[in-house]
Design a protein around this ligand. Structure first.
Ligand SMILES: NC(=O)c1ccc[n+]([C@@H]2O[C@H](COP(=O)([O-])OP(=O)(O)OC[C@H]3O[C@@H](n4cnc5c(N)ncnc54)[C@H](O)[C@@H]3O)[C@@H](O)[C@H]2O)c1
Ligand SMILES: [Zn+2]
Length: 401
């Protein structure tokens, strides 16, 4: 039985409109003189790279940019970034972008400090010590990578996304400026936003910390449901319920963008201490097979998995209905829990996230193999409130087909 829990975050969170204007001071406090910004050409064209470069240069730093970031990045992109960093020899890395670029910077920060190849660190707690100094600046509101202990890359050889999990992967500073998300297109806003909701719901309905089934001798950053995680998840769910539709509908709605930026951090703090569960385990092979965005895959699967899990955590699911603004007065706890599933389905459909696996290019004959891969991701599945067999996961995939 685990009776002790811990809570980890980025060392510093700097939040608010124009927060990127402070990046020079933040880098200077880290004693940095040379910064490598890790980003992509879309964000360069959108002018976001310049918004970060300028205050760094003004603070006297020598700045270069790696613009080879890509959505759902491959290990190869991580190695390319590492190679550039070895040549430029920065003393801080700045991950600028959605989860994809922030994760790429994290991977390069691991390789710069510890050498080896990305595969050496895949799994739980394989990083031997602190990584290269890292500042993360999100331009989407969703993944929470700016505060999380994870980096996710695509193993293109094995057609699956793989996670590296370690508390050493937390950023030295997360600079969260909602203005950086104003140019985020509606589809990316919707997909990343529902990813944040998935993080919060999976953490809030996780197996309890006291019952967390960690095998003898294994270490993990995930700990099961605990009070700090609950506080973060509750607020994140409320904020997503209030602001995600608005942010998708009108990208310039600053109040909604700010609410979603906070939701993403809180959901990131919740899942990266408590854990993510079956939705993520099922999305990793789906994303690896059809290259949908992580958020679209999660959002699609979320209500189907909630339906499977609801009996194991009826009270938590009923709470989620209330947090999402549903009126559950007079309903039984189970009926209220079912309202949470309906509310998530409505939200998913309203923001245009796909509803069926067939709509994202999955073929029926793939479902068994996808289920087998999902069931293999043990570090995630032990967080799920119900244990699952391959047959059960295949049945959920069929339901979602
Ligand atoms: N490390 C973690 O803790 C964690 C958690 C969840 C997901 N992830 C990973 O994060 C990735 C998904 O990240 P994401 O959902 O943030 O999307 P993303 O980083 O893949 O970005 C999607 C696209 O949107 C563009 N974009 C991003 N912000 C923009 C802006 N402000 N203006 C214009 N264009 C913009 C990007 O250039 C990119 O082409 C996946 O690989 C996923 O597995 C990581
Ligand atoms: Zn996720």
């Amino acid at each position: 039985m685990r009776t002790v829990w811990t809570f980890h975050s980025a060392s510093q969170i700097v939040f608010g409109q124009n927060a990127v204007g402070h990046i020079g001071e933040i880098a200077t406090r880290l004693k940095a003189k040379k910064a490598l910004i890790v980003t992509d050409t879309i964000l360069e064209k959108a002018g976001l790279l310049e918004r970060v470069r300028q205050p760094l240069v003004a603070a006297g730093l020598n700045v270069a940019a790696f613009t080879g970031g890509e959505p759902e990045p491959s290990m190869k992109a991580g190695i390319a970034c590492y190679e550039m960093a070895k040549t430029f020899q920065p003393d801080v890395l700045v991950g600028l972008g959605g989860g994809s670029n922030m994760d790429l910077a994290k991977l390069a920060a691991v390789l710069l400090k510890h050498g080896g190849t990305p595969r050496d660190y895949v799994g739980d707690d394989k990083i031997p010590g602190p990584i290269f100094p890292l500042i993360s600046i999100p331009t989407t509101a969703g993944t929470g990578s700016e505060v999380s202990a994870a980096t996710v890359v695509t193993d293109t050889e094995n057609h699956i996304k793989v996670g590296i999990l370690s508390n050493y992967l937390r950023s030295a500073a997360a600079v969260v400026d909602p203005l950086m998300t104003l140019s985020c297109p509606p589809k990316v806003t919707a997909d990343s936003g529902i990813d944040a909701l998935t993080h919060a719901i999976e953490a809030y309905t996780a197996v309890d910390n006291a019952d967390f089934p960690l095998p003898e001798g294994e270490r993990t950053v995930y700990q099961g449901k605990h009070p700090m995680g609950d506080m973060c998840a509750e607020k994140a769910i409320t904020l997503v319920g209030k602001y995600l539709r608005r942010a998708v509908k009108d990208g310039k709605d600053i109040e909604a963008r700010e609410g979603m930026a906070l939701a993403a951090i809180l959901a990131g703090l919740a899942f990266s201490n408590v854990g993510v569960a079956l939705v993520h385990a099922m999305e990793y092979p789906v994303g690896g097979a059809v290259h949908c965005s992580h958020g679209a895959g999660n959002g699609l699967l979320l209500p189907y998995v909630m339906r499977f899990n609801v009996s194991a955590k009826v009270k938590a699911f009923a709470d989620i209905a209330t947090l999402l603004g549903e009126n559950v007065a007079g309903l039984s706890e189970r009926a209220a829990a079912d309202r949470a599933i309906a509310a998530v389905e409505r939200l998913r459909n309203d923001i245009g996230v796909p509803q069926r696996l067939r709509d994202i290019g999955v073929r029926p004959e793939q479902l068994r193999a996808l289920a087998e891969k999902a069931v293999g991701i043990k570090r995630i599945l032990r967080v799920n409130p119900r244990s699952v067999s391959v047959d059960e996961v295949e049945a959920i995939f069929k339901d979602a087909y």
